[in-house]
Design a binder for this molecule. Structure first.
Ligand code: TPP
Ligand code: MG
Length: 892
């Protein structure tokens, strides 16, 4: 980097530059910043017209965005707030140090909160408004690694006991503990948003802010000035999700959204941009995306120095250093700062001549100065027309001194020695003597102390405590039998796909007097694929600005209708963004007290496989709603090939504990699952959500064969028993999704050609069957003295004779994982391997899941059992036209 300082480009005289600057100053003084900006804009245009090639830069100088003269007065008691903050710092540190004394390596983070304390405290004391009866409240996404500080504050507020703090990261202790990071699943009365998987919360927050507008525009909640505050790390911004949706936020003019990026210039291993400037990089990205960017770089101590610097030398020098140099400077002595920072130019040295080394060392960064942070927050909440990002410069591990302040190891620092503890205590004025302090006790002043009184009063004036999660929505009342009845009746021979059947249900649900308004259809640019375009016109596509153009297809019945009160969230090609909308809608029962019911339909391959971590976060957040994996099934989606054909998602859905995953074959099965899902989630208030795969293969939908609702929901039921139950050769065939039809064809072939009488079962959910099995085993293990329970699968197959064969459009592991509860050996067919661009018949031959292979597997099982001759098997292979030397689909 060029360290030479010159303010005289191309020999321009100082005086000339000075004249230009002075005349701008005078315009500023007499006519204000808008006129000054207008003049500069005109000058830029004029320069361009005259062939002056102005280099593009989205950056402003390396200085505070808000000048001192526009800085509002700090409304709080700064000294008292500093004392409260110091106590929180101490308790946050104590929590981590104590936890690691009790159990070595239990972990926890000190340095993240240490750097962010002022950013949070200014928010808590002056900005974050709680949810009340009258006001919906602000929404705050806390940086996951700062959680010790948030707990420590709740301790001072009297919301968390010392016992809870003692059990930080030891949640299984009697009386419970505190989760390492924000997890609504584990602390449902406290945390609202899981943020610790980096990059998820910035994207979720953008869609949350947009969903708030959606609710307002659709008249479902009053328009308010509630804000969505999102705290993130500068290192976190390297996650593609962090910045991936920032243009949506500006396009939608989300001035209800505020990002606060804690720019301590460090991540876990070292500097975020040792050789560059992360703040300038972020500024240009956000300014380029048309956000309101507020830089808070320098504390108030710097103000007089800037004032003395009439030549702009200081700000130029500040722009020259790379972050690696800055990291070194902040932990160096005043003498070092004088020599290495100011020493680059005698004129700079002169600026700080009157200052002692000690006062140079004490020059604070902006993110540690409440006055600067307050000014930035105030400007952010007052700003109209675009989202705001605050880039606040801080020091990682602020206050830890030798124990880690600004050091590369600071992120992992969990222990302090006695000297370090005493130093920290003294620096922040914690009233503990030398002896007590090394025990690192939690410290809370008396209830009637000025600190606690002040802290309580501040929160009271902001409506109560934050974070706090509560459920304010009322349960739905209706059972919706009428709504779903028609779908139990079949399609009268008409061939429809399960996707079409689902869209029919969706259309009907949208008209329902109770739930119609609550439905939120979400689709990432795939509505036509699913035959949902008819909903465009009837439900409308949500657009915050309505429709400013006449759509090209306006004369058609199904035209592309955008509307301010449109109901469909047509998100464009972003499964991550759509999932974030799903989460916002699926948690509105808590966040807003509104029971919105999201139906997110997407290409099934791009769900669990692509955005699994968002789904995990949704589960943690107790999100409710329905995810529909469209065009599902490795062999059912023909033509599309390796990247699109999904035989994985039902396996990838297994780990999500509260997700119910179904692979239904028929319309009535879907109807039963959705109706029951609405009941469980929105009437009974269960914290579950659904994954349902729907296919695009058309076939006649049968009517529901008797009362099989329980079987559908629990995972399997006998769909079509064998006609000749007295036959000598018997089999049980299990089919799922579109492959159920192959199973039914195999049933026929087996009966007519080989004299095998087979029952056909529809397996709607291997996951449900598996969970039932492991839970039953567990109960039996823990209750050996009681009558053993029997898994659902075992019970169901008690009177089911013959060999067992399962086939699905997913990996063979699904049926295999429940086979241990079956009465006999199971042969499993499935679609392990890469997909192919082909038609359905060829694909099912390739993956060996068609009726021929199901027939063969059945005969083979009978042969292994000694029930049929080898010759029968050989002939069958020949008759069925099976190539025994075909490539192995699993690895080809
Ligand atoms: C997706 C993901 N990857 C990695 C991590 C592990 N991790 C936790 S904190 C951290 C560094 C955080 O740095 P930064 O975002 O700058 O936050 P700071 O603590 O400096 O405020 C990392 C890599 C994580 N939590 N999530
Ligand atoms: Mg950082």
């Amino acid at each position: 980097m060029d360290n030479e300082i010159s303010t005289q480009p191309h020999g321009m005289e100082d005086v000339e530059i000075q004249e230009w600057l002075e005349s701008l100053d005078s315009v500023l003084e007499s006519s204000g910043p808008e006129v000054a900006a207008e003049i500069l804009e005109r000058l830029r245009a004029h320069a361009t017209v005259n062939g002056i090639d102005l280099p593009f830069s989205a950056n402003t100088p390396y200085a505070n965005t808000i000048p001192v003269r526009l800085q509002p007065l700090f409304p709080g008691d700064q000294e008292l707030e500093r004392r409260i903050k110091s106590l929180i710092r101490w308790n946050a540190l104590a929590m981590v140090v104590r936890a690691n004394r009790v159990e070595h390596n239990i972990g926890g983070h000190i340095s993240t909160y240490a750097s962010a304390a002022t950013l949070y405290e200014v928010g808590f004391n002056h900005f974050f408004r709680a949810r009340t009866e009258e006001f919906e409240g602000d929404t705050v996404y806390f940086q996951g690694h700062a959680s010790p500080g948030i707990y420590a504050r709740a301790f001072l507020e009297g919301r968390l006991s010392a016992q809870k703090l003692e059990n930080f990261r030891r949640e299984l202790k009697p009386g419970g503990g505190l989760s390492s990071y924000p997890h609504p699943w584990l602390m449902p009365d406290f945390w609202e948003f899981p943020t610790v998987s980096m990059g998820l919360s910035p994207l979720m927050a953008i869609y949350q802010a947009r969903f708030n507008r959606y609710l307002e525009d659709r008249g479902m909640k009053p328009a308010t000035d509630a804000k969505v505050w999102t705290f993130l790390g500068d290192g976190e911004t390297d996650e593609p999700e962090s910045l991936g949706a920032i243009t949506l936020a500006s396009r939608e003019k989300l001035d209800n959204l505020i990002f606060v990026i804690n720019c301590n210039l460090q991540r876990l291993d070292g500097p975020v941009r040792g050789n560059g400037q992360i703040i300038q990089e972020l500024e240009s990205a956000f300014r380029g995306a048309r956000w309101n960017v507020i830089k808070v770089l320098w504390g108030s101590e710097w103000d007089p120095i800037f004032e003395r610097d009439t030549e702009g030398l200081l700000v130029k020098r500040m722009g020259e250093l790379v972050d690696g140099e800055y990291q070194k400077l902040v932990v160096s002595s005043g003498a070092y700062v004088r020599e290495h920072f100011f020493g680059s130019d005698p004129r700079l040295l002169q600026l700080v001549e009157p200052m002692s080394d000690e006062s140079l060392r004490r020059l604070r960064l902006g993110g540690h100065d409440p006055r600067k942070v307050y000014a930035a927050y105030k400007a952010a909440v007052d700003h109209k027309g675009s989202p705001t990002v605050i880039l606040a410069r801080t020091i990682k591990g602020y206050g830890l001194g030798e124990a880690g302040e600004g050091k590369n190891v600071t992120h992992q620092q969990k222990k302090l020695n006695e000297d370090e503890l005493r130093e920290f205590r003294s620096r922040f004025g914690i009233p503990l003597n030398d002896e007590d302090c090394i025990e690192v006790p939690f410290y809370r002043p008396a209830e009637d102390s000025v600190e606690i009184q002040y802290l309580r009063a501040r929160r009271e004036s902001l409506g109560g405590y934050v974070p706090k999660r509560s459920i304010r929505s009322k349960s739905l009342a209706a059972d919706h039998d009428e709504l779903f009845k028609e779908f139990l009746e079949g399609s009268d021979g008409r061939e429809v796909s399960t996707t079409m059947a689902f869209v029919g249900m969706l259309r009907k649900m949208l008209k329902d007097p109770e739930i119609g308004k609550l439905i939120v259809p979400i689709v990432p640019d795939e509505a036509r694929t699913f035959g949902m375009e008819s909903l465009f016109r009837t439900a409308g596509i949500y657009s915050s600005v309505g429709q400013k153009y006449e759509p090209v297809d306006v004369n058609t019945l199904l035209y592309y209708k955008e509307a301010k009160d449109g109901q469909i969230l047509e998100e464009g090609i972003t499964e991550a963004g759509s999932m974030a909308s799903f989460i916002a809608a699926g948690t509105a029962y808590a966040t807003h007290g509104i029971n919105t019911i999201p139906f997110f339909i997407y290409y099934s391959m791009f769900g669990f496989q692509r955005i699994a971590d968002f789904i995990w976060a949704a589960a943690d957040m107790r999100t409710r709603g329905f995810m529909l994996g469209g065009t599902a099934g490795r062999t059912t989606l023909s033509g599309e090939g390796l990247q699109h054909q999904d035989g994985n998602s039902h396996v990838l859905a297994l780990p999500v504990p509260n997700n119910k995953a179904y692979d239904p074959a028929f319309a009535y099965e879907i109807a039963v699952i959705i109706q029951d899902g609405i009941r469980r989630m929105y009437k009974e208030g269960e914290n579950i959500f659904y994954y349902i795969t729907v296919m695009n293969e058309p076939y006649a939908m049968p009517s529901m064969p008797g009362d099989v609702k329980e079987g559908i929901l629990r995972g399997m039921y006998r769909f079509r028993p064998a006609t000749n139950s007295k036959a000598k050769l018997r089999a049980q065939l299990f089919g799922s999704g579109a492959i159920l039809n192959e199973t039914l064809r195999a049933q026929e072939i087996l009966e007519t050609k080989y004299g095998v009488a087979a029952d056909v079962w529809s397996v709607t959910s291997y996951k449900e069957l598996y969970f039932d099995g492991i839970e039953t085993e567990r109960w039996n293990r823990l209750h050996p003295g009681e009558k053993a329970r029997v898994p659902y699968v075992t019970k169901g197959l008690a009177d089911a004779p013959g060999v067992l064969v399962a086939a699905s459009d997913y990996l063979k592991t699904l049926p295999n994982m429940i086979s241990k509860w079956m009465p006999r050996r199971l042969a499993s067919l499935g679609t392990d391997g890469f997909g192919r661009s082909e038609g359905r018949a060829a694909l099912r031959d390739f993956f060996e899941v068609d009726s021929r292979f199901i027939t063969l597997a059945t005969l083979h099982e009978l042969f292994v059992d000694g029930r049929i001759e080898r010759s029968v098997l050989d002939k069958a292979i020949n008759d069925l036209g099976i190539n025994t030397d075909k490539p192995n689909p699993v690895i080809s």
